[in-house]
Write a protein that binds this ligand. Structure first.
Ligand code: NI
Ligand code: MN
Length: 226
């Protein structure tokens, strides 16, 4: 399986011609190097939460690719009401899709949905655990450090973890999260998009030490899981 970083918290996972995108914030993302209409065919769109820097281009991409948006119930409903194809789930539940299995796990963060003027789609933010071709990726979403992460210890091949601080974990807490989860590999995300989330991935790598193999990707770069 190949994971391509598209800046901020956006990743594309692909294997055997199946392709899923996580948190497709491309329009307005200063770190993105691909336009939303240039994204190759997508089978699914996985969303951690409804903030604008994660929901991003999800609805437009769903309509363009007839790709299913997988999200918590309220966020899925918001997208469905705007013409997207959706599959609603919730924290703790897993579902097997043609491309692989998705499970939503806890994340501690805000639940407002960007563009929802009524507030009726406000939801719980989530982390996403996705297994494709026997490899399991944990995208933590936006979250603080939490003991819930220990439930995933030893079960994760690749962890995608925010290090930008202010809205999420910073480098020190992110390194502790890696200790909790003990993934084989880890890629830092959600930093340097704006000045307020400036962070040094080299410092994160130092703090992780031998716990896990850290790969730092620039937007557009890929990592192939060993
Ligand atoms: Ni957020
Ligand atoms: Mn965010």
């Amino acid at each position: 399986m190949k994971a391509t970083f598209h800046g901020h918290a956006c990743f594309v996972l692909e294997r055997d011609g199946k392709r899923v995108i996580i948190d497709p914030f491309l329009t307005g993302n200063p770190a993105a190097v691909i336009a939303p209409d240039k994204v190759p065919h997508l089978d699914a769109i996985l969303l951690s939460h409804g903030h604008g820097d994660h929901l991003g281009d999800a609805v437009a991409l769903s309509r363009q690719h007839k790709a299913t948006i997988v999200a918590t119930y309220e966020l899925a409903q918001f997208c469905a009401d705007r013409g997207a194809t959706t599959h609603a789930m919730h924290i703790g539940g897993a579902h097997a899709f043609p491309f692989g299995t998705v499970k939503l796990v806890p994340a501690f963060h805000g639940g407002r949905v960007e563009g929802d003027e009524t507030g009726r789609y406000t939801t719980n933010p989530a982390g996403i655990v996705v297994t494709i071709g026997g490899k399991t990726v944990y995208h933590t979403g936006d979250t603080g450090l939490t003991l819930e992460m220990q439930l995933l210890a030893g079960r994760i091949d690749l962890m995608l973890v925010p290090i930008g601080d202010n809205y999420t974990m910073g480098v020190a807490d992110a390194a502790r999260a890696v200790e909790f989860v003990k993934p084989k590999s880890v890629i830092p995300m959600h930093y340097n998009t704006w000045d307020i989330i400036k962070a040094d991935p080299a410092e994160f790598r130092r703090l992780v030490g031998n716990t896990s193999a850290v790969t730092v990707l620039k937007p557009g770069e890929s990592f192939t899981l060993p």
